[in-house]
Design a protein around this ligand. Structure first.
Ligand SMILES: Cc1ncc(C[n+]2csc(CCOP(=O)(O)OP(=O)(O)O)c2C)c(N)n1
Ligand SMILES: [Mg+2]
Length: 396
């Protein structure tokens, strides 16, 4: 077992992990109260992997993760108040309330998100590392991904370019044994994920992701190689999420005993015990850490609750779309033509209408390449009688 660092580092590691744990427990509660909307993926149980990694990064380094990243942002130094406000969809959130749980982002702290597409963050990580290389910066990009993401095409493409261009990037697989409800054995032909990039010239190792010190040591070396030798490597950290994949997961794919078995080696409890037994921290300090986490999370909820909703008029701000199409037309089941948004002006740019008309023409083909939403459900009510009769004939 690797040695413990000094007392103040141990205190800090414990405090970060405890804060993230409390934050996520509360986020789950707020989601059930419908204060937080959209999807919610909790990483409870994975704190040592997250905090161990960020604790050996420099401020100038980039971190990019998945959609399970409330803890990553907090570990990087983002104010929990702003993360909670983002979950609540409020203006003081990290993305102004527009991203929600899956898209936490903090450019100032070089936390580059927050991505809903599995494996979608990998090529972006290579791009970030390429930009550091190009600008002659010392920064390393740390890319965290799930076990499931190692099966995507992006994985191979990114590993290839990272090795080929000798990019200052480091990959950490948060192997929590499942991609949604599918176990690693059922989703990956190669179950030793540390070997999965070997063919591209990227070596890997496996570590205990429940041990914050083991993670620190492994990641520190990976980052060093990326920074000093321009040699990308990959670490597979074994970890576990105690909660379901997302807030709506009946968890039929695993046994209760398996969850309990992992909970017995809880990363926070185990680390606190070890620090106390080694005489590095006292029981009083451990309790202080818990109390502070409670206070911070309580303050985060109060802050988020009192932050206003974004103004309706700001709906089109920060959208990455054809810039002349600042307006919208809906193509829906009411009738085949596009419908102008209720709040739109007559003076809306022509491009918006043209795009909507093109979409309407495409969607309006009964035998077209994709199903016409107008053919389903309540939409039938609005369909012209002769068209409806024609469709019935086809269905027969
Ligand atoms: C490209 C893509 N395919 C499928 C999905 C649906 N999906 C969301 S999460 C997930 C599982 C990913 O598992 P893993 O990479 O192990 O990450 P974990 O959720 O365990 O942290 C899937 C398949 C998606 N979001 N994006
Ligand atoms: Mg997984």
């Amino acid at each position: 077992m690797p040695d413990l660092p000094d007392a103040s580092t141990c205190y800090e590691l414990l405090a970060r992990m405890a804060l993230i744990r409390r934050f996520e427990e509360e986020a789950g509660r707020q989601y059930q109260r419908a204060k937080a909307g959209g999807f919610l993926h909790l990483g409870i149980g994975e704190e040592a992997t997250i905090v161990g990694t960020t604790s050996v990064m420099r401020d100038e380094d980039y971190l990019i993760g998945t959609y399970r990243t409330h803890g990553h942002a907090i570990a990087r130094g983002t104010d929990p108040k702003r993360v909670m406000a983002e979950l609540f969809g409020r203006v003081d959130g990290t993305s102004g309330g527009r991203g929600g749980s899956m898209h936490i982002f903090d450019r100032e702290r070089r936390f580059m998100g927050g991505y809903g597409i599995v494996g979608g963050n990998l090529p972006i990580a290579a791009g970030l590392a390429l930009s550091s290389e190009y600008k002659g910066e010392d920064a390393v990009t740390v890319c965290m991904l799930g076990d499931g993401a190692s099966n995507t095409g992006n994985f191979g493409e990114t590993m290839n370019l990272a090795a080929l261009w000798q990019l200052p990037v480091f990959f950490l697989v948060e192997n929590n044994l499942y991609g949604m409800g599918t176990s690693v054995e059922r989703h990956s032909a190669q179950t030793d994920l540390s070997k999965k990039a070997e063919g591209y010239g990227i070596p890997g190792e496996r570590i205990d992701g429940m041990d914050v010190i083991a993670v620190r040591e492994g990641v520190a070396e990976g980052i060093r190689q990326a920074r000093e030798e321009r040699r990308p490597t990959i670490l597979e950290a074994f970890t576990y999420r105690y909660r379901g994949h997302s807030a709506a997961d009946p968890e039929v794919y695993r046994e209760r005993e398996e969850v309990e078995q992992w909970q017995r080696k809880d990363p926070i409890e185990a680390f606190a015990r070890r620090c106390v037994e080694a005489g590095v921290l006292g029981e009083r300090e451990v309790q202080e850490v818990r109390d502070k986490a409670d206070e911070q999370v309580k303050a985060a909820v109060e802050f988020a609750d009192s932050s206003p909703e974004p103004a309706l008029d700001s709906l089109y701000e920060n959208l990455y779309v054809v810039d002349s199409a600042a307006g919208w037309y809906a193509v829906d089941e009411r009738s085949p033509e596009p419908h102008r948004g209720e709040r739109e002006e007559e003076s809306m740019p022509a491009t918006a209408r043209e795009l909507a008309e093109a979409g309407a023409a495409y969607a309006g083909q009964p035998d077209g390449p994709r199903p016409n939403p107008a053919e389903h459900g309540d939409a039938q009510e609005g369909v012209e009688p002769e068209i409806a009769a024609e469709r019935e004939e086809v269905e027969d």
